[in-house]
Structure formats: C-alpha cells, structure tokens
Design a protein around this ligand. Sequence first.
Ligand code: A2P
Length: 275
Amino acid sequence: MTDVTDAPAPAWTPSAAQHLERVLWVKHWTDRLFSFAITRPDTFRFRSGEFVMIGLPPAPGETKPILRAYSIASPSFAEELEFLSIKVQDGPLTSRLQHIQEGDAVLLGKKPTGTLVLDAVRPGKRLFMFGTGTGLAPFLSVARDPDAYSNFEQVIVGHGVREVNELAYRDLFTKDIFEDPLVGEEAQKQLVYYPTVTREPFERQGRFTDLIASGKLFADLGLDQAKFDREHDRIMLCGSMEFIKDMAALIESHGLVEGSNAEPGDYVLERAFVG
Ligand code: A2P
C-alpha cells in the first residue's frame, strides 16, 4: 500500500470562477503605487468602469489564493486588462503583488461588476469623475471609452492625491490621450483633466470637497454655476470611505440623487480597493 503522505501534493489549479492569466507589463509610479496589465481571455467581457477579483496563486505552504476586487483601468474593448494598485508592505495581497513581473501568473475572476458605468447615470451634459489615489482606476477606463464622449458634451477627470508624484497617468491625460486613435479627437474637445494635490505645492491644491464647496471647481471650469446642476451634471466617485461619504453628502446637498444599474441616477460611487 502506498503511504499517501509520500505522494506529491497535487499542483494547485484555479477554481471554476477564475482564469489564470499572465502579466504583460508592470510600471512602478512610486514606492506606494504601481500599474500592471495582464492577458485578457477571449470570453472575458466587461463594461468600462467595472471591477473584478484579482489575485495570486497560493504561495508555497499556502492552500488558498488571496483575491481582492480591483477596478479595471483599461476600456471595455482593450486587448489587455490594466490595473492600478497601491503597495501595502503588510497587505495580504499587495505585499506580494507589488513584486510581479512580466510572465508571472495572476488570477482573474470571471464576473466583473460595478456601478461606475455609463449605464448607471442618466443622460446629461457633463460627466464629472472624481477619484482619489487609486480611485482614479475606473475613470481611466471610462475616459478611454468613446461612449463617454458620445453620451456627454464634457468629460471631467478629477484626480486628488497627497503628493505630486502620486498623480499617476498625468502624461496620459495631458498628452497621450489626445493622440489616441479612438478617442483622441473627442478628448481634445471634450476632456478636462483636473488634478489636485493636498500635501505639497502644486498648480492646484485642496480637497475636492473644498474646491466644490467654495465654488472654485466651477470657476476653474468656466462654468457659470456655484453648485452641481441636477439637470446637466452627472458624477462618478471613487476613493476612500471618508472621501465617498463626504462627497456624496455634498452632492446630495446640491439636490442630486444616487443611481445604480437597476435605476440610473445623477451620481454613482464606489470605494477604491486597498490591501
Ligand atoms: P488630505 O491630504 O487632505 O487628507 P488618501 O491617500 O488618504 O486616500 O487621500 C487621497 C486624497 O484624498 C488626498 O488628497 C486627501 O486629502 C483626499 N481626501 C481624503 N479624505 C478626504 C475626504 N473625506 N474628503 C475629501 N478629500 C479627501
């Protein structure tokens, strides 16, 4: 009789709910922030702005993979799936994920979902997208989708960070997107990039909540209004719990109503994922 304890452990295989994909590239922005892209299975469909579970196969000695929800930063039609991630030194996933390299295996959930999608906001004139930190990710997807420009006259991408070097994708929004074969021309006319930094000098400083409450945001955009306008303005929010809570309260005080996939509204929100 064979002693089962001597048998080699079976190789770990992903569950039926996951694809096993490969890393295509990694870009480190700072010691706290990086982007990466993975291969996209033919069968994988999502709407720009959605999130999906991402993870790594179990480390030696572990039996279960660790997965976390990540917003997909690439648009719905892109060949590769791109993500923006924080690095947390003792984070269950990102302590390992931050070391991935081209060719490494990454797990991809099969069920993307989310509310930061064009379907969840009512038709309007202006689409404001406010992200703090890695909360920019879903808006990288929506802002590279031609539907954003056909649905709205103006598309505003606000990115709020503590330090200037955390303004990831600044080159995309100040240069590269205008040369994009799909949305370049529209972006030149309709896209406004609105970065702000809170903890060091920059051309624009302050939290979005303050920039909105003081009316500075509207003045900066040349809009003749002191508040959001329920008739024309639609808003998407992504960031920390506190950010979302404070922004939602402010936006609601302007009379806007939260939407969902089932019932599109004036604004939608989602927490940026951490850990
Ligand atoms: P601040 O530097 O004043 O805290 P974090 O890294 O903590 O998620 O913050 C990212 C950005 O979001 C920072 O610029 C931060 O400003 C801002 N922020 C954090 N919490 C809030 C909030 N409740 N309302 C508005 N902005 C916020």
